[in-house]
Design a binder for this molecule. Sequence first.
Ligand code: UD1
Length: 417
Amino acid sequence: MDKLAIQGGQSLRGEIRISGAKNAALPILCAALLSADTLHLDNLPKLRDISTTLTLLGHIGCQISLDERGGIDLCSAQLARLEAPYHLVKTMRASILVLGPILTRYGEARVSLPGGCAIGSRPVDLHIKGLQAMGADIQIEHGYILARANRLQGARIVMENVTVTGTENLMMAATLAQGVTVLENAAREPEVVDLARCLVSMGARIQGVGTDTIVIEGVERLHGAQHTILPDRIETGTYLVAAAMTQGDIVLTHSSTDTLDVVLDKLREAGAQIHCAGDRIALRMDVRPQAVNLRTAPYPAFPTDMQAQFMAMNCIASGVGRITETIFENRFMHVQEMQRLGARIEIEGNTALVRGVERLQGATVMATDLRASASLVLAALVAEGETVIERIYHIDRGYECIEEKFNQLGAKVRRVH
Ligand code: UD1
């Protein structure tokens, strides 16, 4: 299994390009199942979760071809199997996103229930309840969701929790339903908005995206389209925090500056100087970071996917920072590993109190989930000596060419096979 060996102590300097957003690309790839025509996508990140999704779409019968510029054509003219098998779903929960599209287009779908997940119990009950409200008959048998519906019917669905993939699944299902669907308490994440833009370019009728009430008027069919995936705000935020922690001076290109307001505010509070112009973000940090307090919540509040990275920054900041996680239980798995590097963190319920130390010390640590792994890379960049991060397959799920990008900024990161 691959490891990363990181020699700490370098200030990050230079310029890198931000990739397309994983969490927008995953539902948009699944949207290709909604039409018999070709969906062309650009700016798809090269990640393991993307190749898992392409394997899943190929299994279902979607024809996939890459063009010389890195774009991809997906054609779901005829589907061979209306199912997502366990061995693919268990490696990536987002596989559940094929449920809505297959069911609404073909009237039946068989999708494995996702297994346990490292960051707390992440049920899919709201996906199921929403589809049932649209008239689907859903049974759970042998670990699979079996869904049937002659044609889904528009409905008013009030979601108990804000769920990102739940909103996306139901929005896709509603595009081909009969009548109007209203999703209340819908997720407002930029990735949901990007999916809606793609669906609209395929002929869907959707209003209210980016607000908590999305209205979808079902149509008979969707057609082919071209769509460019929006930049990854979490990848952007991760490199910005890395630069702030190492007192660096970096520029990120091909990013988006309007989806990161709270993250940029928190970095400024920590002492960073940030300048945004077009799709470029520059960050310079001349001082030791100041600890920040934060609380995760659905967009536009502070993203749970940036919590672990800010925890890493607080570990070496001056002062005490309080971090409260409200989205996922058990999303403090990085804490034990950071403590191995010398961090001073106390956990009480869903709050972590982090007392900044002058320096961390390199050690062998283990990556546990995607963002936790990223936070260990950040901690390693400022730790004295070498840190070895094991089980980095988690990082490859969500960060394109992570060692190349960090090395381009002057870090010393080596992949050990
Ligand atoms: C998505 C993101 C993930 C991010 C998360 C929160 C993708 C592929 N993944 O995950 O990176 O961390 O949003 O921003 O986009 N819940 C239920 N029942 C459900 C669904 C969710 O109770 O049917 C709960 C979850 O347990 C959690 C909360 O709702 O407490 C939010 O989860 P959700 O937004 O669904 O996360 P994902 O869409 O899986």
